[in-house]
Structure formats: structure tokens, C-alpha cells
Write a protein that binds this ligand. Structure first.
Ligand SMILES: [Zn+2]
Ligand SMILES: [Zn+2]
Length: 244
């Protein structure tokens, strides 16, 4: 209650316009998107019709007899879950998170049900998808690590932001590349620096956005080569391709 009052007072003192529609944001906990844009953003739940492995929404007609999208079969993680679709409020707050290492409460609230979609045990380790050392210095923080901290806090598991590292500095303009080019760019980009921390663990790999799955698949591959018993992926948003 007190927090709600402080939030609404703060939003009067520091007015923030919605990065999507331009109207003023009602509360600090919304981050850079207004209530209306948040409510138009699609969230996933346990009842959503999603691929059992990668959580891509299933076209109910095309996939009536299957629970798989059939495009993720060769990816190395066991399961990937996401809070919602990469659009509107989720896209705006995740873009902002690359500039400011602050997770708005409304985004944090989406982490809990997403964590609950995964099996977690005392043997689970929370690992953020790393940035290269050069990029980490340029940005000052890794947004995936900021989100992984929320996941670790909610699940009660340890965060390990040191064992998995990104060797190469991958180019900025990945969106301009096709899927094949993206995959070969990230294929050998990661290494496990501290194998004894990974061996025998079930890993939850955390990132902000799941696009093609190539990055997390490459991470999962190297983690499993170093003895991880399973690798699940948790992202806050998931890019969704058109109907196919
Ligand atoms: Zn808006
Ligand atoms: Zn799939």
C-alpha cells in the first residue's frame, strides 16, 4: 500500500511517457510502458498452446496432432519457457533494461509464474547467458545477469555468473543475418571456465529474449559437454514467427 502510494507520487514527480503509445505511465512499477500497453502484451501460462520443447505458440489447426513445432528438435536445451511474447510492453522494458540495470516490479512479477513452469531442485544452478568481456565493459552490466538474479531470488537457488563465458565479441547487427549465419556466429562463442561447478548440475539458463534459440542452444551444448545433467532456458520474452 505504502509502496503503491510512493510509486504513484514518484510518477507524478518524475513523469514518464509510455515508450509505445506516448501516454503518461501510471506507476513506476510499470517501467517504460503504460497499463494499457501492458495489458495488450501477450503473456504465456501453463494453459497456453505452446511447443513442449521451445514454447513457440502452436497454430492450433496446423499442429492439432502434435505438441511440437518441429523446428527446435536439434537444439541442445531440454526445454525453453518464456513469460510472454516479444512485443509492446515486454519489448519496451527489455530494451530499456539494456540501458538501465533496473527490473521494474511488473516485469519481476512475470518471473515467478515462469520459474514455476520449470522443475527446480536443490541441485539447480541459475546461469545467465554471458556477454563478452568487451561488451560487458562497454555496457557496465549484463542484463541477463540482472534477470538471473531475480530468478535465483525467487527459486532459492544459487546464481553462477562466472562458470560460463562468451569468448568472442559477436557483431551487433545480428538481426540483419539469416538464421544460418546467426547459428555459425554463436556456435563456438561460449566456453565453460569452471567445469567442476557445472558437472552434475541441472542448469537454468537465463536470458532476456529468445529469438532463434541458437544462442541458448550453443550454451546448452557446451554446458552438457561439461557434465550438466539438464539445461532448461528461461527468457522473459520470446520472438514469435508468423503463421506457417
Ligand atoms: Zn502505452
Ligand atoms: Zn519447438
Amino acid at each position: 500500500m505504502v509502496k503503491a502510494i510512493i510509486n504513484s507520487l514518484a510518477s507524478i514527480a518524475f513523469p514518464q511517457n509510455c515508450h509505445i503509445c506516448g501516454t503518461s505511465v501510471e506507476s513506476l512499477e510499470n517501467g517504460v510502458a503504460c497499463d494499457s500497453c501492458w495489458s495488450r502484451t501477450r503473456h504465456f501460462s501453463a494453459d497456453s498452446a505452446l511447443c513442449v520443447k521451445c514454447s513457440h505458440p502452436l497454430d492450433e489447426l496446423a499442429n492439432r496432432h502434435s505438441a511440437s513445432c518441429h523446428r527446435c528438435t536439434e537444439q541442445h536445451y531440454d526445454r525453453a519457457v518464456a513469460a510472454g511474447v516479444y512485443e509492446l510492453a515486454l519489448a519496451a522494458v527489455l530494451l530499456e533494461l539494456k540501458k538501465t540495470p533496473n527490473v521494474p516490479d511488473r516485469l519481476n512479477r512475470l518471473v515467478r509464474p515462469t520459474v514455476e513452469m520449470l522443475e527446480i531442485s536443490a541441485n539447480t544452478l541459475i546461469v545467465p547467458v554471458p556477454l563478452s568481456a568487451k561488451r560487458r565493459v562497454e555496457r557496465g552490466f549484463n542484463q541477463a545477469e540482472i534477470l538471473a538474479r531475480s530468478v535465483a531470488r525467487l527459486s532459492g537457488n544459487h546464481l553462477d555468473a562466472f562458470s560460463l563465458v562468451r569468448k568472442a565479441h559477436t557483431p551487433m547487427h545480428r538481426t540483419a543475418m539469416d538464421r544460418k549465419a546467426r547459428e555459425s556466429t554463436v556456435k563456438n562463442a561460449f566456453e565453460v571456465k569452471r567445469p567442476k561447478f557445472i558437472e552434475g548440475k541441472s542448469i537454468i539458463l537465463v536470458d532476456d529474449i529468445f529469438t532463434s534459440g541458437a544462442t541458448v542452444s550453443s550454451c546448452a551444448n557446451i554446458l552438457k559437454k561439461h557434465g550438466a545433467t539438464s539445461v532448461s532456458v528461461l527468457t522473459l520474452a520470446r520472438a514469435v514467427e508468423g503463421r506457417h
